[in-house]
Design a binder for this molecule. Structure first.
Ligand code: GAR
Length: 191
């Protein structure tokens, strides 16, 4: 099985979808640990309920992005992680993390990259008036939301969409493709 380490900042619904895919035997993997940076993240409650070890690394307590990333590397190594899954991780990562896990870090982003990289992607999607958006799973490289694309799903933008309704429609596709993209990454980039 693939040994996964999750990084989450918020609700953790993608984390739970991955856990569910593993429980259903749709993904041959195991969740070693969940790292989160935000003390109030709902993802922490999910980890407890799912019985997965969780480690809080509050970015406010670290002197730089690099020092935070070094702590993440330590936790992932301590838990024998082979693949890092950024499931709603809202911090920019540095070469300290990327060089420790080359081509072994996956991210999900709520747009059809390379459109709308960066923060507030869904707000900017709505503001731009595009009619089709979606989500992207890609291998993490240094430039934010760049790196080889593994899988995408398209989602319509409906006339009455708000941030919440569109995010919900995108997230149901995220939950579907993220487990599949992890399996694909292991085939395409695993050795
Ligand atoms: C997801 O929709 C993900 O695409 C987005 O945050 C959400 C996390 O949801 N990620 C980013 O915006 C990355 N910059 P979750 O915590 O319920 O999985």
């Amino acid at each position: 099985p693939l040994k996964l380490g999750i990084m989450a900042s918020g609700s953790g619904s993608n984390f739970e979808a991955i856990a569910q895919a593993i429980a259903n035997h749709d993904l041959l993997a195991q969740l070693q640990v969940m790292v989160y940076n935000n003390p109030t993240a709902k993802a922490a409650e999910r980890a407890d309920r799912l019985g997965i070890p969780k480690v809080l690394l509050n970015h406010r307590e670290f002197s730089s992005r690099e020092v935070l990333d070094a702590a993440i590397v330590d936790v992932m190594r301590d838990h024998q992680v082979d693949w890092i899954i950024m499931a709603g991780w809202m911090r920019v990562v540095t070469n300290v993390l990327i060089e420790a896990f080359p081509r072994r870090i996956l991210n999900i982003h709520p747009s059809l990259l390379p459109s709308f990289p960066g923060a507030n992607a869904i707000e900017r999607t709505l503001a731009a008036g595009v009619k089709i958006t979606g989500c992207t799973v890609h291998i993490v490289e240094l430039e934010v939301d760049s790196g080889p694309i593994l899988m995408q799903a398209a989602v319509p933008v409906l006339p009455d969409d708000t941030l919440e309704t569109l995010h919900q429609r995108i997230q149901s596709q995220e939950h579907r493709i993220f487990p599949r993209a992890i399996a694909l990454a292991a085939v395409q980039f695993g050795d």
